[in-house]
Write a protein of this length. Structure first.
Lengths: 113, 114
């Protein structure tokens, strides 16, 4: 069983469209994250949820909206996609306390044409 | 706020040579420090972590790192590189008072030459 699973793995879409990426973890972790990795491999945190509550919201356009229906799921919806949104989006989970080691999903590569 | 600087975006070594990847951190409170590895088209996975116990930390695949508070460093080493070590390596820092947010360095691409 995959610990942190993301779908879809690849997304190719046109500018202006809306898309969603789903994430699920079966580790029993309390905290889930979305990270964005750009073409230079830089990794930046976007959002963090702890037990369905939003606790980190970095400077991200309002077009990005995370949703956590329960602590095992964290989805990312993106409205009005722009070229600059092309990146690999990683979901991760962590226990939520202590050293908080992250377990990452395999990533979702979004390409906006 | 915490931050991490990885010196050298690209490191190239010969197979069998020493691997040294540099990481310096900044934190106003005692940090937790991590090294993660990312193989092509995969997510990141933990290599090792420092959590204020032993300053010399051993990880998977023969890697180790030493926490040096006086130098604010957490460099990653491996005595003998394998071809399979070629990957992207990320140093990260988190603190217990910041909702567990991990801040990543810009990454170092390790190339291993035969």
């Amino acid at each position: 069983d995959t610990a942190v699973s993301q779908t879809p793995k690849y997304l190719v879409t046109q500018m202006g469209n809306d898309k969603s990426i789903k994430c699920e973890q079966n580790l029993g972790h309390d905290t889930m994250y979305w990270y964005k990795q750009d073409s230079k491999k830089f990794l930046k945190i976007m959002f963090s949820y702890n037990n369905k509550e939003l606790i980190i919201n970095e400077t991200v356009p309002n077009r990005f909206s995370p949703k956590s229906p329960d602590k095992a799921h964290l989805n990312l919806h993106i409205n009005s996609l722009e070229l600059g949104d092309s990146a690999v989006y990683f979901c991760a989970s962590a226990p939520g306390s202590g050293a908080n080691v992250l377990t990452f999903g395999a990533g979702s590569r979004l390409t906006v044409l | 706020a915490q931050s991490v600087t990885q010196l050298g975006s690209h490191v190239s070594v010969s197979e069998g040579a020493l691997v040294l990847l540099r990481c310096n951190y900044s934190s106003s409170v005692p940090p937790y420090l991590f090294w993660y590895v990312q193989y092509p088209n995969q997510g990141l996975q933990l290599l090792l972590k420092y959590t204020s116990a032993a300053t010399l930390v051993k990880g998977i695949n023969g890697f180790e790192a030493e926490f040096k508070k006086s130098e604010t460093s957490f460099h990653l080493t491996k005595p003998s590189a394998h071809m399979s070590d070629a990957a992207e390596y990320f140093c990260a820092v988190s603190v217990n008072t910041n909702a567990g947010k991990s801040t990543f360095g810009d990454g170092t691409t390790l190339t291993v030459k035969p």
